[in-house]
Write a protein that binds this ligand. Structure first.
Ligand code: CP
Length: 308
């Protein structure tokens, strides 16, 4: 049984297998996004619980569609409506759900909730985002980069903005897939150093550069995210905007990256805050390929978890 909890907890060879499976499953659909089941229905007779303690559009819909395309069934559960939101322990929830379903995906706040669920579940658990990391997103991003530009190993990824949970999974991926990563943002919003040191220990050149223009030199991929994440207090909004304004990804900033650099944003975006609409809808942008690839990458993650 394989849990998919974080990119740094999965062996690089297994991660490569997941990306390759995603790519071949996507190709096998021959361009069909909707109205078609996969030929071999690997999740036939499987039921997947999708638990959301936070809002979601992409994660919710892409997991649900992915399971159905593979012949399985889903149960979308809101944390608040479950006894989990009314005092039942994670451990008991894990033990009970394991008697009903074949796989659990959870989007939650604390990383500890995810870890405890995995510890007590007898079925695989997938991290659909915590306050600390977002591994499914970055698997989709790796797939997207490689579809457009070939192997990501040895490339330079620049993250501009808040050192948040999505950045953390990029740092995990830098170590596992062998690319270099530059963070540019204000010191007060630096990522946790643990993510940086882990990636460096695996040979990735991780750089922290306060000057966004310098950071962009030689960038193959530029990434940003919302300035106020779901778990940040709304009272921090004005302060964060003031701190991050200089890190907005706009045409001028993109002009300092390589001419063929890609632009990614995991979405949802606040257009014309962290990135301008000109960049989001411009020639460098692959944001909707990223969104689509959540579907393909997660289908491969689920197959890997279940060994089917
Ligand atoms: N990128 C992402 O996880 O989107 P949702 O919050 O809509 O699931």
């Amino acid at each position: 049984m394989n849990h998919f909890l974080d990119i740094n907890k999965t062996d690089p060879a297994e991660l490569r297998k997941i990306i390759d499976t995603a790519r071949s499953m996507k190709e096998a659909r021959n361009g069909y996004l909707r109205g078609k089941h996969d030929d071999d229905l690997p999740l036939k007779d499987h039921i997947v619980a999708l638990i959301f303690e936070k809002p979601s559009t992409r994660t919710r819909v892409s997991f649900d569609v992915g399971v159905r395309q593979m012949g399985g069934q889903t149960m979308v559960l809101s944390g608040k409506e479950m006894q989990l939101g009314h005092g039942e322990t994670i451990a008991d929830t894990a033990r009970v759900l394991s008697r009903y379903v074949d796989l659990i995906m959870i989007r939650t706040f604390e990383e500890q909730t995810l870890l405890e669920l995995a510890e007590y579940a007898d079925v695989p658990v997938i991290n659909g985002l915590t306050d600390r990391t977002h591994p499914c997103q970055i698997m989709a991003d790796i797939l997207t980069f490689e579809e457009h530009r070939g192997p990501i190993a040895g490339k330079k990824v620049v993250w501009s903005g808040d050192g948040n949970n999505v950045f953390a999974s990029f740092a995990h991926a830098a170590g596992q897939f062998g690319f270099d990563l530059t963070f540019t943002g204000p010191e007060s919003l630096d990522p946790e150093m643990e993510f940086v040191t882990q990636a460096r220990a695996k040979g990735s050149n991780v750089v922290i550069e306060r000057d966004p223009v310098k950071a962009m030199q030689g960038a193959d991929l530029v990434v940003t995210d919302t300035w106020v994440s779901m778990h940040d207090p709304q009272s921090a909004r004005e302060r964060r905007h003031n701190q991050l304004r200089g890190y907005q990804v706009n045409d001028e900033l993109m002009s300092h990256a390589k001419p063929d650099a890609l632009f990614m944003h995991c979405l949802p975006a606040h257009r014309d805050e962290e990135a301008t609409s000109a960049v989001m809808d411009g020639p460098h942008s692959v944001i909707f390929d990223e969104a689509e690839n959540r579907l393909h990458a997660q289908k491969a993650v689920m197959r890997w978890c279940l060994g089917v």
